[in-house]
Design a protein. Structure first.
Length: 269
């Protein structure tokens, strides 16, 4: 009977891509939860996490004994579009010498987080495949803020670069909550130079003037932009010696749209 149970545990753990041998007594059941007024059908994975532990991490003596279990809820990676929640009974220990307590830990879990490394790794993989934050959140079943926190929490945005490159590129992109964020990169290396929370001319001008001296800004020779007229006045104000270059992509795009308009107007006649 014990071999049958172990075989069943291994089968479930393999199916869920869980590789911790200390997790046992695994069972899966259907459940429903209500999230922001929406009823969702999920899978609950019940399991135990326990192993032999004798040495106290606080006093160092071999005086630990088991002291009950604590249940934690952690998100597993979705499987076939269904959310999986891991209800894990983690073994607790108490030291007979100093009275200190500790608990069993698994490499599957992230300290002080309700998600597992499975979910974290899935977010990184989808981000590398150029999924948007909203798409990742919808597919995995987490919030957009959670995806953003996983991807960008350890990213340090530059306050200013050591030396402005001679050739820059200006553009903007739609970030969180539909806000447009200004971005400047090195035209040759494509390294990030500046990232500003909005694309207002006043904000961009103040940022560069406050962070870079006039001599540094005078050293910039070219700035490549799209057909945004606002950037032209900004560039003249910030970089007095820079030439403005309109990138070829937007020129071709403008010509294509003009040809389409002419073609459509001819067809209507």
């Amino acid at each position: 009977m014990e071999k049958t149970i172990m075989s069943q545990d291994n089968s479930i753990l393999c199916a869920l891509d869980i590789k911790d041998n200390n997790i046992s007594n695994v069972s899966v059941k259907d459940a429903t939860i209500k999230n922001r007024g929406v009823i969702k059908h999920i899978k609950i994975v019940n399991a135990d996490l326990t192993y032999k532990l004798y040495r106290c991490p606080q006093c160092g003596l071999n005086s630990l004994v088991k002291n009950g279990k604590r249940k934690t809820n952690a998100r597993l990676a979705s499987f076939k579009g269904i959310e999986y929640h891991l209800m894990l009974n983690k073994q607790r220990y108490i030291c007979k010498n100093c009275g200190g307590t500790c608990g069993a830990h698994s490499d599957l879990l992230i300290k002080n987080h309700t998600m597992t490394k499975q979910v974290q790794n899935r977010i990184f993989v989808m981000a590398k495949e150029f999924f948007t934050l909203t798409s990742i959140a919808k597919i995995i079943g987490v919030s957009v803020n959670t995806v953003s926190r996983v991807l960008y929490d350890n990213t340090k945005l530059p306050n200013r670069c050591d030396c402005l490159p001679k050739n820059l590129c200006f553009d903007e992109f739609r970030s969180v909550n539909g806000i447009f964020t200004f971005i400047a990169i090195d035209a040759q290396t494509h390294h990030l130079i500046e990232l500003i929370h909005d694309r207002l001319s006043k904000t961009i001008i103040e940022h560069f003037i406050n962070n870079y001296s006039l001599s540094e800004r005078q050293a910039v020779k070219t700035v490549s932009i799209d057909l945004n007229a606002n950037y032209q006045s900004v560039i003249h104000r910030i970089f007095p010696n820079a030439q403005i270059i309109v990138d070829r992509f937007h020129i071709v795009q403008l010509c294509s749209r003009a040809l389409d308009q002419v073609r459509i107007s001819c067809l209507k006649k």
